[in-house]
Design a binder for this molecule. Structure first.
Ligand SMILES: NC(=O)c1ccc[n+]([C@@H]2O[C@H](COP(=O)([O-])OP(=O)(O)OC[C@H]3O[C@@H](n4cnc5c(N)ncnc54)[C@H](O)[C@@H]3O)[C@@H](O)[C@H]2O)c1
Length: 254
């Protein structure tokens, strides 16, 4: 018996390895879900699905740009046609444009908001519609960050996008609670993924200082976030909605 037996779960941004979506897709499959793996990197998404199939799990993959409304409409059609329902979605795909306030351009800001925030709006809106169609008491999990909760230097637009995800998720949770649709955010601290490796290259000093600031003394593994997503996707969290689940080794505990 898996915690997600008979559930159909979509995970966006699941190509990058090591990456949060990749780890979430694997953990969901291990727990019995049929995982719909998507990413703008279609080949990478396919790779993740093949790994899952190779391990005896259930998965299908397709290329999807989460900032495209058309791509979301296509995804909805596909889920209706091939799977009939959606039990959980993890709006995980994202990018990090890490620049201080005076350096970031409007184009960079808009791109950051489009990929990290507008995408979450689109994915959540489509998921709510699919869940309502079948009266599914589904779970929507939106990937935010500790940057939405505390001031971090050099991440202005990124923090705006993740703060947007937080407020948006709470409003959706309020709108959908009566139908048993749950909507929550996860706020990772520093997690060892390709995104973090890139941040380390771009700003080594800041990166090292941040690492030293983790009270538990080490950077988290993607699995720690996948375990949090498993809790929120499963019936273990059946009475949890509108909450912000911080997984950060104590970073913002003050
Ligand atoms: N790693 C961390 O420390 C950390 C901390 C806080 C929040 N997060 C958030 O967690 C999420 C995953 O981060 P990660 O560290 O695994 O990053 P990652 O860069 O390793 O993986 C991100 C994935 O998203 C995909 N992606 C990018 N743009 C896309 C688009 N337009 N459409 C579809 N897919 C797209 C990439 O191809 C990649 O596979 C992001 O939303 C990130 O902001 C990460």
């Amino acid at each position: 018996m898996g915690l997600l037996d008979n559930k159909t779960c979509l995970v966006t941004g699941a190509a990058s390895n090591p990456g949060l979506g990749h780890s979430i897709a694997h953990v969901f499959a291990r727990e019995g879900a049929e995982v719909l793996v998507t990413d703008i990197d279609g080949e990478g998404a396919q790779r993740t699905a093949e790994e899952i199939l190779g391990a005896g799990g259930k998965a299908v993959a397709w290329q999807q740009d989460v900032s495209s409304e058309q791509a979301w409409d296509d995804a909805v059609e596909r889920i209706r046609r091939d799977h009939g329902k959606l039990d959980a979605i993890v709006n995980n795909a994202g990018i990090a444009v890490l620049k201080p306030i005076e350096e970031i351009t409007l184009d960079e800001y808009n791109r950051q908001m489009l990929i990290n925030m507008t995408s979450v709006f689109l994915g959540t809106q489509r998921a709510v519609a699919l869940m309502r169609e079948n009266s599914t008491r589904g779970s929507i999990i939106n990937m935010s960050s500790v940057a939405a909760l505390v001031g971090v230097i050099g991440v202005t637009a990124y923090a705006a996008s993740k703060g947007g995800v937080l407020g948006f998720t709470k409003a959706v949770a309020a709108e959908t609670a009566r139908e048993g649709i749950r909507c929550n955010t996860i706020h990772p601290g520093l997690i060892d993924t390709n995104m973090q490796k890139q941040a380390a290259v771009e700003n080594t000093a800041e990166y090292e200082a941040l690492n030293e600031a983790v009270p538990m003394g080490y950077m988290g593994k993607p699995q720690t976030i996948a375990d949090a997503a498993l809790f929120l996707a499963s019936d273990l969290s059946s009475y949890v909605t509108g909450t912000q689940l911080v997984v950060d080794g104590g970073m913002i505990n003050q």
